[in-house]
Design a protein around this ligand. Structure first.
Ligand code: SF4
Length: 349
């Protein structure tokens, strides 16, 4: 088993709003391993980005707060660190890239200056010739053409894909042990998306980084991940190796996500099936299963009792009552039903 770099236990995050307290993350636990990619997948508002923002100490307080949990980076709890201590961890130990690099890059500074700033803060390198050389090397590493010239350019002089490469260069400048990528390709067109994912994979291999990839796109997950957390309503509802999650999903929500996703297989004409309904109100989280209102297989117990994660495969867990031994008949129905749903929609006539 690879070395654990990041360990998150029972993380809970809330936000005060005029409408009340939103319980955005409701007890999330996961590990990130050296050289491996963990994808966190789910629809908007499921708590995936808030979870990693809490890990990075980026929850704005107020209105937000982490109400419980442990976040260990190489065995040391970083959740209680002060603002300045956390600033040293961010950028040095943990790098982060976001969906829209334009909001993270400073439009009034050249990209070279922004990279050297990172090196100066975390490695004490001055802003002279050595820093400039490092900035050029980093731009070359992320395949920015004519890096020696481009280092003097401002963010607006780069395309969206190139700006994302600059962000990646900044994020890896200090060789972090973890890179968190929050929807890094959502704003990019498909060909650029493929190039950025490829680049992230190469850099991860080269630096043996742990990569945490936040996405709503199961196609990106299949391409990139070793392990997957599927989140719904502030909880991880299914976790496991990527092939299990992708080809042997066990939770009705994950199965719904797969059915809602276009197929990339050549000639596939499967009809997309949206998941009906909306996620529950996190001002008043359900006492039972969060997916109850939308689940086609819901049982009486699901409304009033929240299921614990059941082991359904090798290191594969699903938080669903269908896996309880007394639900065997129901589970068989569910698998049959699932097959039927897919068969019915495989080919559109
Ligand atoms: Fe559906 Fe019940 Fe499973 Fe929740 S616990 S996903 S409601 S069957």
């Amino acid at each position: 088993m690879a070395e654990v770099v990041l360990e998150v236990q029972d993380l809970k995050v809330e936000f005060d709003t005029y409408g009340g307290v939103i319980k955005a993350v409701r007890g999330v636990s996961f590990n990130a391993y050296k050289g491996k990619t963990l994808a966190i997948v789910g629809e908007s508002g499921c708590g995936k980005s808030v979870s990693v923002q809490a890990v990075m100490g980026l929850i704005p307080v107020p209105p937000g707060r982490v109400t419980s949990g442990i976040v260990k980076l190489r065995g040391n709890n970083i959740l209680g660190l002060s603002h300045s201590e956390m600033n040293k961890v961010r950028g040095k130990e943990i790098g982060m890239i976001f969906q829209d690099p334009m909001t993270s890059l400073n439009p009034t500074m050249t990209v070279g200056k922004q990279i050297t700033e990172t090196l100066s803060v975390h490695e004490g390198i001055g802003r002279g010739r050595e820093a400039k050389k490092r900035a050029i090397d980093l731009l070359e590493k992320v395949h920015i053409p004519e890096a020696a010239n481009r280092v003097r350019h401002y963010p607006f002089q780069f395309s969206g894909g190139m700006r994302q490469r600059v962000m990646i260069a900044m994020a890896i400048a200090c060789k972090p042990s973890i890179l968190i990528a929050d929807e890094p390709t959502t704003a990019l067109d498909v060909t650029i998306q493929a190039q950025i994912l490829h680049l992230l994979k190469d850099l991860q291999r080269e630096n043996e980084m742990s990569l945490i990839l936040i996405t709503h796109d199961l196609g990106v997950v299949a391409q990139m991940a070793d392990e997957v957390n599927v989140m719904y309503a502030g909880r991880i509802i299914e976790f496991g190796p990527v092939d299990d999650i992708y080809y042997r999903s066990q939770h009705p929500y994950t199965i719904g996500l797969r059915a809602a996703m276009p197929s990339s297989e050549e000639g596939a004409k499967r009809k997309l099936q949206p998941i009906e309904g909306s996620p529950p109100d996190l001002f008043h989280p359900p006492i039972g299963c969060g997916y109850f209102d939308r689940c086609p297989y819901a049982m009486k117990i699901c409304e009033s009792n929240e299921p614990e994660p059941f082991l359904v495969g090798n290191n594969h867990y699903s938080r669903c009552w269908l896996h309880h031994q007394r639900s065997q008949t129901k589970l068989a129905d569910f698998i049959k039903q699932d097959t039927k749903i897919y068969k019915n929609n495989e080919i559109m006539s």
